[in-house]
Design a protein. Structure first.
Length: 600
């Protein structure tokens, strides 16, 4: 009497065990990928505990020189207070725009100031800047230790070298502090006449932004090599490293990888190098600057020692994780998987154990991809446009995950298809106008489940094809942008992995666990579409063929250009190009099938 009830109960327990195993593997995977790793030498005192100087730009989210929204005096004071114990000095880049109170407030906290004088192409603004800087330097001589007249002006080509020299001479004549100019090292070597105008040389060493980017592993050797080259080419004056640092987030450039671990490693290694070699330096920068994303992509806003909320991003000389909030992301992955699984629990419980486990693990994989999308989108969200992009991609992936889950269960459940060709039969009966009213109601009642199943399959197949095509089109657009403006574009892998990996896993599971006619054809159509059979060539319009051909060309040709630009040393670029090619292969298969198909 109890057998009928105990069997469903045991199936539910099996399903629960499968979900628990998938959840454990999900947590283990996120932990392993983001586990804290030691940075540098963890011995006490191995890394200096205080930084000599940091670039100080107290802009919060929504503020910045681009939209001309500047911090309040209270915010500037709060930011200076947050740097106590972290740095002995700050470097500013302007004497106006709300930063005129920095020397006064910094003096209260015992922080020295390397006063910036921002020069650009607008000569009227330059005059106001020069007047403000001279006034501050003479009013706060104890706090302002030096002045930087112009920052990368020659690099930006805002002024000629003679115009720049004119500003330097004017300020030198009006203040008592040492005066310098700051630019990347190549431009100092290009304009050595500046050496006679300054009291010391201020050079920027940013291995990530080099024309030939240098990875963290070789960054210290590169910095010392260039430092010695500059000192040899410009003898007789002290050399100060005006900007040096590493981004904690953003796109990779060849072997230069932005991450929490890489940034912490670079800073720890450089602080040890500076102490050993007695280098004068300024780290860029104190806080992450969201406004820079509009100019340089995600990486532009991620150079801070502290994040935009004024919290330390990593522990120098300790253990660092690339994703400290991985427990939250892991929880999102599990929640997404449960949302996909719970409505389908009865169908899952009816599957044999191997298929049940495979289905649960598959859905958990989809949940992990969606969680990665949430983390990527939220951490790269610095504007309404980026937020809108994140929302659209998250919704597309969520719909795709639901379609993939339903397709997998249909295959694993081996849902029977109607034995008779119901739709053609109904069509033939409908042609007999006099008999149709008599036979169609009866036929519909008998064939309703099969008709609904076929309708659902066709609608899902069509939705899957359209969504896959949309993802392919967006991937081609991203490839084009990486070629045109690749220096400042992210590789949006997290937005595009779910469809191709979901399709690939779906086909492979169909081969090994689906049985029957899935074998052989599945590998040929790996990730092609939801449809169980390719459409005949005669059903597609010529325009559709041309559109798919153009899309295939872009998805195969543009990644080659990306790799030529980035070289094979950029792993992120390699993964992105493989992802783009994965979108092209199914479309290429459709084109080949269309050409081989006999005419209708």
């Amino acid at each position: 009497m109890h057998a009928p009830t105990s069997k469903p109960a045991s199936r539910i327990l099996l399903l629960f065990a499968c979900v628990a195993l998938a959840a454990a593997l999900n947590i283990l995977g996120w932990w392993w990928q983001n586990r804290p790793v030691p940075v540098g030498d963890n011995a006490p005192g191995a890394v200096p505990t205080e930084i000599a100087s940091v670039s100080f730009a107290p802009f919060r989210r929504g503020q910045g020189p681009l939209n001309k929204v500047y911090p309040t005096p209270e915010e500037v004071e709060e930011d200076l207070a947050s740097l106590r114990g972290i740095t002995r000095g700050v470097r500013t880049y302007t004497a106006r725009e709300g930063l005129d109170i920095v020397p006064k407030e910094a003096g209260r906290y015992g922080i020295s100031v390397m006063q910036g004088v921002w020069l650009g192409a607008d000569l009227a603004i330059n005059e106001a800047e020069v007047a403000a800087a001279i006034k501050l330097a003479n009013e706060y001589p104890e706090t302002i230790k030096s002045l930087v007249v112009g920052n990368e002006v020659l690099l930006r080509k805002d002024l000629t070298v003679d115009q720049l020299i004119g500003y330097i001479r004017r300020i030198k004549a009006a203040v008592k502090q040492p005066v310098t100019y700051a630019d990347v090292w190549e431009f100092w070597l290009r304009f050595p006449q500046l050496l006679n105008e300054v009291d010391f040389v201020t050079v920027h060493f940013l291995p990530y932004w080099e024309d030939m980017p240098v990875g963290v592993d070789h960054a210290m050797a590169h910095i010392m090599e260039v430092y010695r080259k500059v000192r040899q080419a410009l003898p007789g004056k002290p050399v100060v490293i005006g900007e040096v640092g590493w981004p904690s987030q953003g796109r990779s450039r060849r072997a230069a990888i932005p991450s929490q671990i890489e940034a912490a490693t670079f800073i720890a290694d450089f602080l040890r190098l500076a102490e050993r070699e007695k280098l004068q330096y300024n780290l860029v920068e104190a806080f992450d600057q969201p406004w820079k994303v509009a100019l340089e992509g995600t990486v532009g806003g991620a150079w801070g020692v502290l994040d935009e909320f004024r919290q330390p991003k990593y522990q120098l000389g300790g253990k660092v994780s690339n994703l400290p909030q991985w427990p939250l992301v892991s929880g999102i992955a599990l929640l997404v998987a449960l949302i996909l699984l719970i409505p389908r629990a009865p169908r899952l419980a009816a599957l044999p154990l191997p298929r049940m486990l495979a289905a649960v693990l598959y859905v958990q994989m989809l949940g992990a991809f969606l969680a990665g999308t949430f983390e990527f989108g939220l951490s790269h969200n610095y504007s309404m446009l980026r937020f809108g992009e994140f929302v659209v991609m998250a919704l597309l992936q969520a719909v795709f995950a639901g379609l993939l889950t339903g397709e997998l269960l249909d295959r694993f459940g081996r849902r029977p298809q109607p034995a008779a060709p119901v739709l053609p039969l109904a069509a033939r009966l409908a042609e007999i106008r006099r008999l149709a009213p008599l036979y169609l109601p009866f036929l519909y009642r008998r064939a309703a489940p099969a008709l609904q199943a076929q309708f659902r399959d066709r609608q899902r197949a069509r939705a899957g094809e359209w969504l896959f095509g949309l993802f392919a089109l967006l991937a081609a657009y991203q490839c084009l942008m990486l070629v045109v403006a690749g220096r400042y574009r992210d590789f949006p892998l997290d937005y595009f992995l779910l469809p191709v990996c979901g399709f690939a896993a779906l086909r492979l599971l169909g081969v090994w666990l689906g049985g029957g006619n899935e074998r052989g054809a599945a590998l040929l159509a790996l990730g092609a579409a939801f449809t169980r059979q390719p459409q005949p060539a005669g059903t597609a319009a010529g325009g559709s063929f041309l559109v798919e051909a153009a899309l295939v060309f872009l998805l195969l040709a543009l990644p080659v250009l990306v790799l030529l630009i980035e070289t094979l040393s950029n792993r992120e670029a390699i993964f992105w190009c493989l992802t783009a090619a994965a979108y092209a292969l199914p479309l290429l298969g459709n084109l080949l099938l269309a050409r081989r198909a006999p005419p209708a």
